[in-house]
Design a protein around this ligand. Structure first.
Ligand code: PBG
Length: 335
């Protein structure tokens, strides 16, 4: 890029900044409700709106109460809802087999949502952590190491059950090697040729997922162990590009970078390098930080929320998974 700036005063960059109309005219990126994917937590039961203390304003829904949120998304024009289950502890096992049950919580909720709101896109996370008694994303050996190839078979089953229930997107967030290719093959073999794969491609071993693990109830099970043997080391940049390249080659339709705000450099790299539909996940810890600071009166909630979301667009995102989706959509639509 060669940027030519005439000498002052021929160039006064403040000219375009002077008025609202001239600022609007030169604005390089913008936010719209079309950019949002809204992640929601769901648990068994009826009439449940269970607050998650580390995520102010976010609750766990039961299938019935989730319907009104879905309706709100449709009304606001939010394109896609992402589902995350909170599973009862007595259903969790070392192999997470509950994830593959066709009549499990997620497949039932997908069927219910697609019947009531066929125009709302539904995305399902593919990973075993909400279902395992140890809180890891896959099957472990005696030492606690997550076994790659044994886990792949489970992930394929989980994705098939979701596709069969009507999920529009399956989104593997497990970071096993080769999972996109295996899942794509399983979908094709079973004639789910239109099920899209949104790959959590550049997913880092981040401490920003803490509140999410409270929400799906995996933090207690995970205890002091971590996910460093499969998620990317936060120190690495080029490794993320290799992960994205592999996922595209294996059949991903969309790729994702996660977390969001601390990884905008990676987002820009990925968009520039691959020109794919590219998404950022503004994760639970990022949401919690903004909420906590604004509850203390230290930050202006709405302004910081919108600035953080716009920054993803500027950095190259085609869309954002964000717990702010409803709040931001309301602001954008003045409702
Ligand atoms: C499950 C998964 C996680 C998130 C999305 N899918 C947690 C993890 O990998 O431990 C995090 C989302 C968030 O923090 O908002 N594999």
């Amino acid at each position: 890029m060669s940027i030519i700036v005439p000498d002052f005063p021929a160039s006064r960059l403040r000219r375009n900044r002077r008025d609202d109309f001239s600022r609007r005219l030169v604005r390089e990126s913008s936010l719209s409700v079309d950019d949002f994917i809204y992640p929601v937590f769901v648990q068994e039961g009826k009439g449940i709106l269970q607050p998650i203390p580390s995520m102010p304003g976010i609750v766990r829904y039961s299938p019935d109460t989730l319907m009104s949120v879905a309706e709100e998304c449709v009304k606001l024009g939010i394109p896609v809802l992402a589902l995350f289950p909170s599973i009862e502890n007595d259903k969790k096992t070392p192999d997470g087999i509950e994830a593959t049950r066709p009549d499990g919580l997620i497949p039932r909720v997908v069927r219910q949502l697609k019947t009531a709101f066929p125009e709302l896109g539904i995305l399902c996370d593919v990973a075993l952590d909400p279902y395992t008694s140890h809180g890891q994303d896959g099957i472990i050996d005696d030492t606690g190491y997550v076994l790659n190839d044994e886990t792949l078979a489970m992930l394929c089953q989980q994705a098939l059950v979701q596709a069969e229930a009507g999920a529009d997107y399956v989104a593997p967030s497990d970071m096993m090697d080769g999972r996109i290719g295996k899942i794509r093959q399983a979908l094709e073999d079973n004639h789910f040729i239109y099920t899209r794969i949104m790959a959590y491609s550049a997913k880092y071993a981040s401490a920003f997922y803490g509140p999410f693990r409270d929400a799906v109830g995996s933090s207690g099970n995970l205890g002091k162990s971590n996910k460093m043997t499969y998620q990317i080391d936060p120190a690495n940049r080029y490794e993320a590009l290799r992960e994205v390249a592999a996922d595209i080659k294996e059949g991903a339709d969309l790729v994702m970078v996660k977390p969001g705000m601390p990884y905008l450099d990676i987002l820009r790299d990925v968009k520039d390098e691959f020109k794919m539909p590219t998404y950022a996940y503004q994760v639970s810890g990022e949401y919690a930080m903004i909420k906590a600071a604004s509850q203390n009166g230290w930050l202006d909630h709405d302004k910081v929320m919108m600035e953080s979301l716009l920054a993803f667009k500027r950095a190259g995102a085609d869309g954002i998974l964000t717990y702010f989706a409803i709040d931001a959509a309301k602001l954008l639509k003045h409702v």
